[in-house]
Design a protein around this ligand. Structure first.
Ligand SMILES: [Zn+2]
Length: 410
């Protein structure tokens, strides 16, 4: 092949690249968003898509300032891949204050979301904001994997790399290489004082080399076909990025480490008719589920129920729900039969997720009044995604047909 011919080919190839990048711009368009609608609510219109906002200052911190992540898309991602990217971004944005914005000319720091068929595993991404251009490489071009890689971009490491993971996972089976579950950067990795989350989008699937120690978890690790964030994933992003907008500022804190000021902002949910003690919202692990229940100032722990039985979980394993300085406008909304009959209806009501089932379904926070043993008692418990409330009282689990749902009033 003559050099001249070779040059022509090269110019032609450059021209082709040019054309294809004009057809598919390096940010998401309405076509991409519409193509991702199989998981988007019909009324979801992301305001960020076309904004070319001003530069954010480059901080020394590795966090993306204000949760704003400028991005570009690799021209090798086809229309179907781009719809999966849109789903992944929706997974993150719909539950947090993070916003992925098309890179503007003044943005210095940004992530290029790129196809890489040679990535080990399903893909890889640089952790946190690196400075300048960085990459999130996608091999399995599906929302589940893309969500996972973008969470690395946001600074989150694997759940099974947590410093406390040996309390939750058995990695000692013969012939297993546990090195691959360890933090490759040897950096201290904060748990953000959150419960260990087997179903996090950042947890590898459990197998014979990584066995859940908690009963009933089994192989329900990660376990989200659409890549949606778990309840605790959303909380950890909102805490880490200090999301203060709208409904994101409440949190759950282990009772033994909740500061005194935090206890002034617990969520009141009724009282004990005999002792007069006030009830507050709490949650605790029970056999793989994170259940919503009640606590009182006298009680050292969280009272929850499952399969008909009430359990009092110790304080070290229980968390208070806290709404610092009451910044989230929490509202108890009365519900009637059928209004909360599925998860979409609960999300539309802005129900606050308090816990989750061992297979990843969110549990919302609810309270009700029942007549038990001849007197009115007040119950606090979990609202499941079929709209039913289950709550502990006097050793048993009770069901309430009508109840009040804890929601965000914005
Ligand atoms: Zn990963």
């Amino acid at each position: 092949m003559s050099p001249v011919f070779g040059l022509k080919i090269s110019v032609f190839a450059t021209f082709l690249t040019c054309v294809s990048s004009q057809i598919l711009p390096n940010y998401l368009t309405p076509t991409d968003i519409i193509a991702s609608r199989s998981v988007l609510p019909a009324n979801y219109t992301p305001p960020y898509v076309f904004q070319q906002t001003d530069i954010a200052p480059k901080y020394a911190s590795a966090k993306w300032p204000n949760g704003r992540v400028p991005y570009t898309l690799d021209p090798n991602l086809d229309a179907s891949d781009r719809a999966e990217v849109a789903k992944a971004i929706f997974n993150i944005e719909s539950k947090t204050c993070i916003r992925f914005v098309p890179k503007s000319t003044s943005d210095i720091n940004y992530v290029n979301i790129e196809r890489d068929d040679n990535s080990p595993g399903g893909g890889m991404a640089q952790l946190c904001m690196v400075g300048g251009r960085q990459w999130a490489k996608i091999k399995w071009r599906v929302a589940k994997l893309i969500t996972h890689e973008l969470l690395h971009t946001l600074c989150f490491h694997h759940e099974q790399s947590r410093a406390d993971r040996d309390k939750y996972l058995d990695t000692t089976a013969q012939g297993c290489n546990i090195e691959k579950f360890n933090d490759p950067y040897n950096e201290p990795y904060s748990t953000l004082a959150l419960l260990y989350d087997y179903v996090s989008a950042m947890h590898y699937p459990c197998d014979n080399c990584m066995v859940a120690k908690m009963p009933w978890v089994g192989d329900n690790c990660w376990n989200a076909d659409d890549g949606a964030l778990s309840v605790l994933d959303a909380e950890k992003i909102n805490i880490f990025y200090g999301c203060t907008d709208g409904c994101h500022e409440y949190y759950f804190r282990t009772m033994t480490i909740t500061p005194a000021w935090g206890r002034e902002f617990l969520i009141y949910a009724g009282y004990d008719p005999v002792s007069g003690d006030t009830y507050y919202v709490c949650r605790a692990y029970h056999e793989g589920n994170i259940l919503v229940g009640r606590t009182t100032p006298r009680l050292d722990g969280c009272t929850v129920a499952e399969f008909g039985v009430e359990y009092v979980k110790p304080a070290a394993e229980s968390e208070y729900m806290v709404n610092p300085w009451n910044r989230v406008p929490l509202v108890w909304k009365a519900t009637s039969a059928g209004v909360t009959s599925n998860n979409a209806a609960l999300v539309a009501l802005k129900a606050i997720p308090g816990g989750r089932s061992r297979i990843r379904w969110p549990y919302y926070v609810g309270k009700c009044a029942l007549n038990i043993e001849g007197r009115t008692v007040y119950l606090v418990g979990r609202v499941e995604t079929d709209g039913r409330l289950w709550a502990p009282y006097h050793g048993k689990e009770h069901y309430c047909g009508s109840y009040e749902l804890l929601t965000c009033g914005v």
